[in-house]
Design a protein around this ligand. Sequence first.
Ligand code: S3P
Length: 760
Amino acid sequence: MSQASVNESAVDESRLLIVGLGLIGGSLAAALRAAGFQGEIMACDPDAREIERGIEMGLIDGGSTRLAEQAPAASMIVLAVPVLAMESVMGELATLNPTLAGQVVTDVGSTKAAIRDAALKVFGHMPPTLVLGHPIAGSEKSGVAAANSTLYVDHNVILTPEAETDAGALARVRALWQACGAQVLEMDVSRHDEVLAQTSHLPHLLAFSLVDTLARQDQRLDIFRYAAGGFRDFTRIAGSDPVMWRDIFTANREAVLSSLDDFERGLARLRTAVETGDGDAMLATFDRASHARHYFESLLNKTSYQTEYAMQSQGQVTYRVRPGGSAQGSVRVPGDKSISHRSIMLGALAEGVTTVTGFLEGEDSLATLQAFREMGVAIEGPHQGRVVIHGVGMHGLQAPSGPIYVGNSGTAMRLFAGLLAGQAFTSELTGDESLTRRPMNRVAEPLRAMGAVIDTAEGGRPPLHIHGGASLKGMYYDMPVASAQVKSCLLLAGLYADGETRVREPAPTRDHTERMLGGFGYQVERQGDTCWLNGGERLTAGAIDVPADISSATFFMVAAAITPDADLTLEHVGINPTRIGVINILTLMGANLELVNEREIGGEPVADIRVRYAPLTGIDIPVAQVPLAIDEFPALFIAAANASGTTRLRGAAELRVKESDRLQAMADGLATLGVEHRLLDEGIDIVGNGDAQTPSYGGGRIDSLGDHRIAMAFAVAALRAGDDIVIDNCANVATSFPDFIELATRIGMTLDAERAGGEG
Ligand code: S3P
């Protein structure tokens, strides 16, 4: 909230008395002044110099060291004294006005049970106009000189009303803090004390203890002189007011001790990990903590977690790929993106704990994971592809505190749309710049037909606003485009719909949603081109082993298929029949692909794929294969550029609405390399050079347009280029294939990434 809106909250107090004019009380006066508060502000403090200072600073109109002189004329009294001084101040107030009649009294103490106990002792009951509160704001500085008019802006103030609290008094205290720019929330006293013990009192205790421990060592001067940022960041709060903190630890003893016990247990676990050199245990802890810290940052800044994370990790990345190289060895590419997204979604909605292995730790699936954390789902990891999801059941998600950011992922946005349409809370889905251009009416329209209330931006683009509490009705939907995302979106909405949701697809599309729902014990039927389910059943948690992503493996299949002498094995690749268009198309072109060790893992077929070089020939790509290879065309176009004769693709208009317009982006890149081609509205003809003795094309500089698959396709093209290929805008490779460079180097390609700003 900005100061501009502060004036809107009316504080209708004729005279406000602040008892204890330190940082907190002084900042309250400063904030009210800044907000144009019309009443008088008086202060009472045992230190007359603080009062003088407050008057000089223009914060208060007057004051004195004696409460009896000030209290009777005040309409509202704010107690801003140390916690253990509250009882004696309240005692004095009680002698002046035993029931607090006609006055509202509130406090700012960091613990609440002790202050409530003091009030009960002094007054014999909780006076209805005594409203206990706690602004969660402060600084290591103390005294009125440190008063800051913006201290409370966008901070939380917790009020802890009791059953007997007067509603009018509560409203007046609420208005006071809102006028200072704070958000006011209510909690009961014991919850407040528990939460604060963990989030504020424990960190202060640790900071005091660390600084004291170091300060008592012989070389303390050196330690402080050379102290690095870590020490400074960790110990800032050890400069806080000692009396105030002594009082807090005395008053909130039980809750502090219990959070200290938890902390000591965690510390002991880490100690053992360090002692025994257990790197995995250390990594797991640091990893969880690091993600949790970014999440916390995003809550505080009211931004998306992923933006926080991406801002640190991304930047402009350019690939420089040397011509030539080999494609040898055996590699396992990262986990399947489609399955990874779905594993988190269904795991979160299931009852019980779902363990996922082989999870893709790419930016898109991490964004999905974080979105569920923001909706209250406890998720451990990911750590080396292992994620443990503590499912909350079909109706256990909580409203996220801000928009859900899904990064670059059309899949996430469309599947989330279906899932969120069935929730009781309202939500907003946003994504990166590329996603903001992609069509969402394909899901918004059928969802509306089911009863969902969804707003899109102009032209059916993101962001999507999904209104909570809509009652959904199952329906039959005949999809105009063959899209697994649309089908999955409607099936997910169908889980929450009344009756049957039935979807017909014009051509087979990936069926991971149906398979995984089945794996979670949710019945999905299929007959021919139509699948359906009934709403209102439950999902039961299970284990998911995510196979390697055939779409990522494709880049290396093509690498081996175009490079003379290549012999490359791709391990544990998912070969779901709805995904193997690339295998069918390359085989039709004459590629030597062998599926070995075929097996079924967790409801999905898997194999190792061995690819040895064989000359390729141009073909007319069967239209039925298009949806089965929809993500593989950028790489397949590179295969086509290395085949003898012409390869023709038709019926592929969908490629124009992927992460980029892939037909255009590939045509532009092929033109740069000097590959003959003809671009059509719904396809392309590519004339290849099948001569293994000469480079198939030249080099050049290509813009991937931030599309991961365009970037990786042209990187692979360099194996048969005559010169360097430089590819701009490659940061998004991390969305689906975070270790692409490492694996490409391992098979024999020579590839460097340059990050703008000079980092390697
Ligand atoms: C996906 C479906 C495909 C695909 C995308 C992932 C999925 O999109 O392009 O990368 O996980 O359902 P469409 O179904 O919209 O073609």
